[in-house]
Structure formats: structure tokens, C-alpha cells
Design a protein around this ligand. Structure first.
Ligand code: SF4
Length: 314
């Protein structure tokens, strides 16, 4: 399928069916930690990049063919709310299933009433907030001209006023950037105004194009939890684990996942171990076949963790 992938297991969203409504990479930001590579040209106008009916047909097909889906999650090759048919898609999903809908977004378009209105129908919205000052926001998220920090915060506050679903703000914690006491206190002050239901601390565990992006120390994570939990419940999500049991075609599934984010080899091996228990030779064979397909290459981070990315993804 072109737009739908998974379901992929995640701690936050259980078995999550991913829906990608964008061509890569379409974003209003160019975050230093982005796993999709640099934003070469900012996309700032909403468009119907693909026919909405085509996407809905894939969602229907995936729901019919998979027993266990906990969430239908809009996520993918950039900023999801750039897709102009998003509100229509959520509405149509609601007509055919009770499975809750989540939207992962950077939140940069929430300053538009049209976007806020469309997201009202979602059961959970997960916008980003990585900085408590304009200066840090510009350094970390590097937005398109006009997508100012003030506009971003105003959009989040306005959305919270009208949205009664789960608002889970994501804070990407980056060593030396936003993990100091001062930077975290600034973020806490903004969170006090936004009033999300929870904050999810996320870490730059996947390879990005910027070598300056480093994982925060254990002390910094503890500091973030302590400071932010004064104003909101903080969740430090355990990484999701992959499930290949309902996968008809392993190679297609791995292609679909690596197109959207680098895949930790350890996670892939664990999923294969579960799929083919007590057959380590078979697991190795599948790994060799996948690599031998020429569709992937591996990247090793400073901490020794190996990730799979699409071949030719520089
Ligand atoms: S908002 Fe997401 S897709 Fe856009 S640049 Fe940042 S991390 Fe990448």
C-alpha cells in the first residue's frame, strides 16, 4: 500500500496503523533532529497531495485485513496537517470504525482556525514543543519564514481552548540544546499556558542529518521529568516494539517503515525472533535476504546502535 503501513507496536498507541498523507519530505520546519533528512524546500501551503478517496480506500482495506489495530495514526513524511483532506479523512474514518484516531503533528499550522477545526474530531493530537524561547525554537526547529515561535505557541493555546480530546505534547530532549535547567523551566512556563493532558519526553535515538544532535544524559532526563512534572504529567515513553506477526510481506513492511523513519536493527531482530522462535539461523537468513535485496543500508550511531534506512537515503 502507498499510504498505510503497519500496524506497528508502540508503547503510547499500542498497535498503531500508520497513515502517511504526504510526499517526502513536506514540512514547515527543518528540525536538527529530523530522521527524514533535511527539508530542502519548505512546504507551507495546505494541499491535497493525493486523492483523499485513494487514502481512505487503503485505510478501509487495512482495517478489514487486520484484527488488532488500537489506533489509526496520521504520521509520516513531514507535517501531517499540510494535507488538505485531513478533516474529511478523520470524519470518514469515524463513520466506518470505532478505532480511535491520533494525529502526530509539529503543531505549526494550529494557528489556522481551519486546521484547529479539522483536528477537533481526532481522539488524540500530539504536537511538538521543543523550546520555551524564540531563540531556541529557531535553533532546534528552524521553521519556514513566517512560522514564528509566537505563532506556534498561540496556535497551541488556541487549540487547547476548543479541543476536548487528549492533547499529548511531545518534547524532544537534546543534549546541550534544551536540557538545561533554564531551558526546561522556560518550556514548563509555556506548558502551563498550553495545558496539555500529558507531556511525552522523546529522545533523538534515531539517526539525524546533524552530527551535533546528541542524546541527553540520564541526569538531564531526570531533570526534565522533575521540572516539567511540576506543571503537567510527564511520560517518558518506552520505545515501541515491532510486531511482524500480522505482516503478509516482510520486505514490504520493512520498506514502508524505513521510508518513514530509521528502523533499529535490534527491534527488527526482536520482531523476527518472535515471528520465527528458536530458529536463530532462519532469523539470520531473513536479515541477510533483506540486506541482499539492495533496498536498505545500515547506519551505526556513536553509541553503537545500528539502524536501517532506505538505500540511497543521504
Ligand atoms: S517537524 Fe517532523 S518532519 Fe518536520 S522537520 Fe521536524 S522532525 Fe522532521
Amino acid at each position: 500500500m502507498k499510504h498505510v503501513f503497519g500496524p506497528v507496536s508502540s508503547k503510547r498507541l499500542g498497535q498503531s496503523l500508520g497513515v502517511d498523507v504526504l510526499p517526502p519530505k513536506s514540512c514547515t520546519w527543518n528540525c536538527i533532529y529530523c530522521q527524514l533528512g533535511k527539508t530542502r524546500i519548505y512546504v507551507t501551503e495546505r494541499r491535497e497531495f493525493f486523492p483523499r478517496e485513494e487514502i481512505l480506500a487503503e485505510i478501509k482495506q487495512a482495517i478489514d485485513g487486520s484484527a488488532a489495530i488500537d489506533w489509526i495514526t496520521f504520521v509520516g513524511s513531514g507535517e501531517t496537517t499540510l494535507y488538505k483532506g485531513l478533516g474529511w479523512l478523520i470524519r470518514e474514518i469515524k463513520k466506518i470504525t470505532d478505532i480511535p484516531v491520533a494525529v502526530i503533528t509539529n503543531g505549526s499550522l494550529l494557528s489556522f482556525k481551519e486546521v484547529r477545526d479539522e483536528l477537533l474530531q481526532a481522539d488524540a493530537v500530539l504536537p511538538s514543543l521543543n523550546a520555551g524561547s524564540a531563540e531556541l525554537f529557531d535553533r532546534i526547529d528552524r521553521p519556514a519564514p513566517g512560522f514564528t515561535y509566537e505563532r506556534h505557541i498561540e496556535g497551541l493555546i488556541e487549540f487547547r481552548k476548543v479541543y476536548h480530546g487528549m492533547l499529548w505534547v511531545e518534547v524532544m530532549l537534546i543534549a546541550g540544546m534544551n536540557d538545561s535547567t533554564e531551558a526546561l523551566q522556560d518550556i514548563a512556563l509555556v506548558l502551563e499556558k498550553v495545558k496539555p493532558d500529558t507531556v511525552h519526553l522523546v529522545l533523538p535515538t534515531r539517526p539525524s542529518t546533524e552530527s551535533s544532535v546528541r542524546l541527553p544524559s540520564g541526569n538531564a532526563i531526570a531533570r526534565a521529568r522533575l521540572i516539567l512534572s511540576h506543571v503537567v504529567k510527564v511520560v517518558h515513553p518506552v520505545k515501541g516494539s515491532m510486531n511482524l506477526k500480522s505482516t503478509a510481506d516482510i520486505i514490504e513492511t520493512v520498506i514502508a517503515i524505513t521510508k518513514r523513519h530509521p528502523l533499529q536493527e535490534r527491534e527488527l531482530r526482536n520482531a523476527l525472533d518472535e515471528l520465527i522462535p528458536d530458529e536463530p539461523d532462519q532469523v539470520e537468513l531473513v536479515i541477510r535476504q533483506l540486506l541482499g535485496s539492495g533496498k536498505f543500508k545500515t547506519v551505526t550511531l556513536q553509541d553503537g546502535e545500528v539502524y536501517w534506512v532506505p538505500a540511497g537515503n543521504d
